[in-house]
Design a protein around this ligand. Structure first.
Ligand SMILES: Nc1ncnc2c1ncn2[C@@H]1O[C@H](COP(=O)(O)OP(=O)(O)OP(=O)(O)O)[C@@H](O)[C@H]1O
Length: 220
């Protein structure tokens, strides 16, 4: 599903954020990505989202070489990818419903479809009863669930998460990981960048480890 073939990324000032990354992630996998701060985890996710381009090698997603995706093809590419951030980036003056609906509104779905899909996504993360709430009235764990509902509402094939449990206590973190596992079990490819070795090593999934931009474990 996701293939990195000898990928390197050098940022403008000459620093190699990633070097010689070759790895394959199957469609049915949930994979963790770990490594020290600055090891290149976010950069690797950004290459998949086409927020950055590699300086060497190729990234192939679902059979498509991303080098062939031009700027105007990026929105369509991103429709297949849901993204969850640590600070969930919710709109604070909008309800839970509106926050989750946002990707569908932008993509031009009709109202009825939006209502149905938003409620299905909120149901999956256990927040259907809070659809009219404002994000500030939710706990940190609930806010992160809203972020996850928003990431999956357009039914992406791939779900990426960058430190999704960074601000949560261990019990809430474990619950969030269970949600990712549930989406993986219904066929979504999941890639989660996380520092939380204690948590991710308890879960039975492949762990890719980056050190100074190179993969040092968990491949191919
Ligand atoms: N836009 C950028 N321009 C220049 N250098 C960058 C840019 N983004 C990241 N870097 C550098 O690339 C390296 C990898 O950064 P990246 O954010 O991918 O690491 P990370 O493993 O996600 O770290 P963290 O866990 O702290 O988020 C770092 O040295 C970082 O300073």
């Amino acid at each position: 599903m996701i293939t990195f073939d000898r990928v390197g990324k050098r940022y403008a000032e000459g620093h190699d954020a990633l070097s010689e990354i070759s790895v394959e992630i199957r469609q049915d996998e949930l994979v963790f990505l770990t490594g020290h701060s600055g090891a290149g985890k976010s950069t690797l996710l950004r290459l998949i989202m086409l927020m950055e381009r590699p300086t060497r090698g190729q990234v192939i997603i679902d059979g498509q070489n991303l080098a062939a995706v031009k700027a105007r093809g990026i929105p369509r590419h991103r429709r297949n990818i849901g993204v969850v951030f640590q600070n969930h980036q919710l709109l604070l003056d909008r309800t839970v419903f509106d926050n989750v609906a946002l990707p569908l509104v932008i993509a031009g779905y009709d109202q009825r479809d939006i209502g149905r899909r938003v409620r299905a996504a909120l149901d999956k993360v256990g927040l259907l009863p809070r659809e009219r709430a404002l994000p500030v009235t939710l706990s940190g764990g609930e806010q992160q669930r809203v972020g996850i509902a928003r990431a999956v509402v357009a039914r992406p094939k791939i779900l990426l998460a960058d430190e999704p449990t960074g601000n949560l206590d261990p019990a809430l973190s474990a619950e969030i990981m269970q949600l990712f596992e549930a989406f993986n079990q219904v066929g979504v490819t999941v890639l989660i960048a996380s520092h939380d070795l204690a948590l991710i090593s308890r879960l039975r999934h492949r762990i890719l480890t980056l050190r100074e931009g190179r993969l040092v474990g968990g491949y191919p």
